[in-house]
Structures are given as structure tokens and as C-alpha cells.
Ligand binder design. Structure first.
Ligand SMILES: N[C@@H](CCC(=O)N[C@@H](CS)C(=O)NCC(=O)O)C(=O)O
Length: 216
């Protein structure tokens, strides 16, 4: 299988973590420079977004949560979803909130950088929205070592890269309190770094962030 990837993209990191946990061979293909990805990338990904997975039989899949479910169903030997439908629903809530509320709010802020001119009102609005979502996640996770239960699940695959980005965001003016009232998410950084399959991917994100800082 091939993955169109960028090392610092949290959505790509979710898929790399799943591949690590399930021990799936994944050939990483560097996506073109961006954002924005070039118009020509629509031939691979109609919405010009990564990650894109090309399966062994040549199917092209996009949207991280869809790719995750495909991998979970196609390679069930090492499950990343619990058996109980109630637990599965909780994991889906966590994934959806991080996917739809937290990441789309914080990625543009991170891309703009700490010195970007954003009104205090806009910063407060984003921060409040993200904090509501994070507090909802906080109420559903355990103190560790895994986000939920006794095994690595898709909740870990989503939470670890998100937590990585939050660590950068909390140094931006106006976002210092982003993890206030979220002691479990606060402590999850250390937990995630102790899970080998996840630590490997977080290391790739760290290296990419250092390379970016050096280049700018
Ligand atoms: N809902 C999409 C979001 C993916 C996404 O936003 N990916 C970003 C990179 S983190 C992207 O491709 N942005 C467009 C660009 O870089 O030009 C998914 O789940 O795959």
C-alpha cells in the first residue's frame, strides 16, 4: 500500500500510527509542496487533501477516518476498535471531535505562526471552541496509559498527533490555557511517548518540525 504523506500532517500521522500498530507495510510518497497542494493533485485526491491511501489492489482512498475504518476492516488481526458497541461509539465521538472541531480550528493558527495578526476576539472564539471540544474528549478518556481501555485504539491514533500540535499551540499568544481543565489530555503526552508504535510517529513529526524551523 502507498500513502501520500507529509510527516507533520496530523491526519497522515493517524494513518502511519495505524500502520505501525497493525504492522502493515506502507510505502510513503511525499505529497507535493503546499498548502495549497497543486491543482494537479486533484487527479489523486479530488479535494486536494492528504492523506491518500492507494490500496494493494489499486483503490485510491481519502479522508483519514475512512482510511482508518478501511484498514480496521481489511486488517482485523490486530484490532484497534473494542468489541463493545458502547466503547466503539465513545471512540468515534473522540475521533469526530478531534477531526472536525479541534484540528480544523488549530491547523490554520499553527500554519500562520505565533506572530500572526489575529484579533483578540477571533483568538478567544477559536480557543473557546477548541476548549469545549477538548473538555468533551477529556470526559471520555482514561488517565492512561492508553486513551481508552487496555490496548491501543483508534482514539490513540487520533489523540497523539493532536496532542503533539496542542503542545506547540499552547505557546501561541491567547492559547496558553488551551489545556486548562484537561489533566488527562495534559498527561497524555507522556503516555503516548511511552507507546512504541506511537512514539515512532511522534518522532517523525518532531524531526519534521525541527527541519521546518531550521528552514524558516
Ligand atoms: N478531512 C480530511 C482533512 C485532511 C487535511 O486537512 N489535510 C491537510 C493536511 S494536514 C491538507 O491536505 N491540506 C491541504 C493542503 O495541504 O494543501 C481528512 O480527514 O483527511
Amino acid at each position: 500500500m502507498k500513502l501520500y504523506n507529509k510527516p507533520l500532517s496530523p491526519y497522515c500521522a493517524f494513518i502511519r500510527i495505524i500502520a505501525e500498530v497493525k504492522d502493515l507495510p506502507l510505502k510513503l510518497i511525499d505529497a507535493p509542496a503546499g498548502p495549497p497542494l497543486p491543482e494537479s493533485f486533484r487527479e489523486i485526491s479530488p479535494m486536494r487533501r492528504i492523506p491518500v491511501l492507494v490500496t494493494g489492489s489499486g483503490e485510491t482512498l481519502f479522508e483519514a477516518s475512512v482510511i482508518a475504518e478501511y484498514l480496521e476492516e481489511r486488517f482485523p488481526e490486530k484490532p484497534m476498535m473494542p468489541a463493545d458497541p458502547k466503547d466503539r461509539a465513545q471512540i468515534r465521538i473522540i475521533m469526530r471531535l478531534l477531526d472536525l472541531d479541534v484540528l480544523p480550528s488549530i491547523i490554520p493558527v499553527l500554519l500562520a505562526g505565533p506572530a500572526s495578526l489575529q484579533s483578540a476576539e477571533k483568538t478567544a472564539k477559536i480557543s473557546t471552541h477548541v476548549r469545549h471540544a477538548l473538555q468533551t474528549v477529556e470526559a471520555r478518556i482514561s488517565s492512561g496509559p492508553y486513551a481508552l481501555g487496555e490496548e491501543v485504539t483508534l482514539a490513540d491514533a487520533w489523540l497523539a498527533p493532536t496532542r503533539f500540535l496542542l503542545e506547540s499551540l499552547r505557546h501561541f499568544p491567547g492559547y496558553e490555557a488551551i489545556l486548562e481543565d484537561c489533566p488527562k489530555i495534559e498527561g497524555y503526552k507522556a503516555n503516548a511517548e511511552g507507546i512504541p508504535e506511537i512514539a515512532a510517529v511522534l518522532g517523525e513529526m518532531q524531526d519534521a518540525r525541527k527541519a521546518l524551523a531550521k528552514a524558516s
